[in-house]
Design a protein around this ligand. Structure first.
Ligand code: PMP
Length: 312
């Protein structure tokens, strides 16, 4: 997986600063304790110029994640959306990955983040495939020994920086075993999701995915895929997914901002789809890419066009 490519400007604490000026002190509370929240979004080229996919839902989740950790973001939803569009426009990006980040900054070593200032940044870099070749060829996955975080300890529906140490362990193990990505079970023993993506099972023509009670992050791509499947007339069921469901699936795929819609071609040596993405995965994937690139008029409301930005 290649590193990111630097861009000229980062939006930080209300203004655009040069990439090298977006600095944080080593004593930042978030660096000590993981007390930050973040988002991942993509912009895409469309016939009407670049647009961010599902900007508002991402920023709403960002604000909710922050609220959960009593992190007060001093910007409105509208401010954050406008700043995201500005970062894309100023850096002249088209297909980009955006990383909004809010965190408790430097003040004390106390675990209680009282009086720690809150810093907010929106970073954008040129977008690329999260797993090289993944969306076209599919990925190889292993069931992790690391269980997904549980609401009794860390709320899985909150996208907080510290929560991802768990995903890091799972993906490190997967790569060590020679796979591309991990599949995590939840503490009930059902399948939860990947280290940074939701899981879909296709069985007997029905698309199945799990819900918040499976300890997943409620993905915005997941929501988009559910909508697309319904619109295509494909039956959809939302219910817990067992390991048996995975083992007996006709097709499997991941959804997520980073992986977009990526077929799974193997789980621990068991192959799916005879070496190519299955027919239902392909139909959903095609409609998804039509939607993000502005080629499907019915999904235009999912796009926030960079060119339409009105400066407040
Ligand atoms: N699960 C986890 C743990 C994730 O980190 C992500 C990425 N945000 C997802 C699922 C997919 O969410 P989304 O479709 O909103 O990117």
């Amino acid at each position: 997986m290649a590193g990111f490519t630097k861009t000229d400007f980062i939006w930080m604490n209300g203004r655009l600063v040069g990439w090298n000026d977006a600095q944080v002190h080593v004593t930042a509370h978030a660096l000590q304790y993981g007390t930050g929240v973040f988002e991942g979004m993509r912009s895409y080229d469309t016939p009407d110029g670049p647009a961010i996919f599902r900007l508002e839902p991402h920023m709403r989740r960002f604000i909710h994640s922050a609220r959960f950790y009593e992190l007060t973001i001093p910007y409105s939803l509208e401010d954050l959306c406008a700043a995201s569009l500005e970062v894309i426009r100023t850096n002249r990006l088209e297909n980009a990955y955006l990383r909004p980040l809010a965190f408790f900054d430097s003040h004390s070593f106390s675990v209680w983040p009282k009086d720690c200032p809150v810093s907010v940044a929106i970073i954008a870099v040129p977008g690329r495939a999260y797993i090289q070749g993944g969306p076209e060829a599919g990925v190889r996955v292993t069931v992790s020994t690391v269980r997904r975080i549980d609401p009794s300890t860390l709320p899985p529906f909150v996208k907080a920086c510290g929560h991802y140490t768990n995903s890091v362990r799972a993906v490190q193990e997967a790569i060590r075993r020679g796979y591309d990505e991990a599949l995590l079970l939840n503490t009930k023993g059902d399948v939860a999701e990947g280290s940074g993506e939701n899981l879909f099972v296709v069985k007997n023509g029905t698309v199945i995915t799990n819900d918040i009670d499976a300890s997943i992050l409620l993905g915005i791509t997941r929501d988009s895929v559910l909508q697309i499947a319904r619109d295509l007339g494909i039956p959809v069921t939302v219910r817990p997914i067992s390991l048996m469901d995975v083992q007996t699936a006709d097709e499997l795929f991941f959804s997520g901002t980073a992986v977009e819609v990526t077929p799974i071609k193997e789980v621990d040596g068991r192959g799916y789809g005879e070496g190519k993405p299955g027919p239902i995965t392909q139909r959903i994937q095609k409609t998804f890419f039509d939607a993000v690139h502005g080629r499907a008029p019915q999904y235009r409301s999912w796009l926030s066009y960079v060119g339409q930005l009105q400066r407040a």
